[in-house]
Design a protein around this ligand. Structure first.
Ligand code: SIN
Ligand code: MN
Length: 280
């Protein structure tokens, strides 16, 4: 299925709730091109595979679009890029590209947070002119740690947060229980669930979290964090594989790019360049 421009109705819903859900947007053959890569990706002994605290299970694989052809093609997919270009009315670049594994039994929590809080505090991204767009790589149900959103919470702007370096293997600027309780009294909690191939678009100020995965089902998902080109980050404190430093606008491939073999450049195929491995 290709996707036209977001409709007036969808734009209104996005403005009100801070996210849009597109069930089963990608077909099985398209998803197979991605999921067939994951065992190999997670088996790589590289810094781009962050493991769960005290465990072998991969929590997050970073920046596969720079060294894996299928994910490189996904990173230029019009169904992911075009809606965000439309919302910002300008070109976008890849601020962050990740696969979160949320492995069966081992997948740990993501505390309550706003992504823009971290991007602003750590990377000096000027404005919340960046979006997340995610695709489920597994079916997502109520048991395998679905994302939890507080609808409308993106309207709060940047909320005060504390830097949590303890709870999980990944440091995050997180929100306190009092703030969450009051936001949830207002907006409730919603968890989009659906088949692999479903897509979620969400605002960088939308408050979200996910629980641990005690089920026997993985909950892998791929996230593109796309930033308006004019809003690029100003500080390179985090390594380039976590906070991208390539600000040229993404050029989309044709809509069939997951099932046709388009040629893409893989700048890190011979290893991650030393300057991308650390903060400056
Ligand atoms: C995130 O907030 O960046 C990821 C949350 C999740 O994958 O559950
Ligand atoms: Mn997040």
């Amino acid at each position: 299925a290709s996707m036209e421009q977001l409709s007036q109705e969808q734009l209104k819903e996005f403005d009100e709730k801070g996210f849009l859900f597109f069930p089963s947007l990608f077909e099985t053959a398209e998803m197979d091109s991605l999921t067939s890569q994951l065992d190999d990706l997670f088996a790589l002994d590289i810094v781009c595979n962050l493991r769960e605290k005290g465990k072998k299970a991969v929590r997050t694989n970073w920046a596969a679009h720079n060294y894996n052809s299928a994910f490189a093609r996904l990173s230029r997919h019009p169904r992911m890029i075009k809606p965000v270009e439309q919302l910002f009315d300008e070109g976008v670049y890849m601020h962050q590209f990740k696969v979160n594994a949320k492995a069966a039994f081992d997948g740990d929590v993501w505390q309550w947070h706003q992504d823009f809080g971290t991007w602003h505090a750590d990377d000096l991204m000027p404005e919340p002119r960046a979006m997340n767009i995610a695709i489920f790589l597994d079916d997502v149900n109520e048991h395998n740690g679905p994302l939890m959103f507080i609808p409308g919470s993106h309207k709060q702007g940047v909320l005060e947060a504390g830097h949590d370096t303890e709870t999980t293997s990944y440091p995050l600027w997180t929100l306190d229980p009092k703030t969450i309780s009051s936001l949830v009294r207002e907006g409730g909690i919603v968890s989009p669930k659906g088949r692999a191939g479903s897509m979620i678009l969400f605002h960088s100020c939308l408050v979200h979290a996910s629980g641990s995965n005690l089920s026997p089902w993985d909950r892998k998902a791929v996230y593109l964090s796309l930033c308006a080109v004019s809003n690029h980050i100003k500080r390179f404190k985090r390594p380039g594989y976590i906070a991208g430093r390539e600000f040229a606008p993404i050029e989309c491939l044709p809509d069939d790019c997951l099932v046709q073999d388009y040629e893409v450049s893989l700048p890190w195929s011979d290893g991650i360049p030393a300057e991308e491995l650390q903060g400056i």
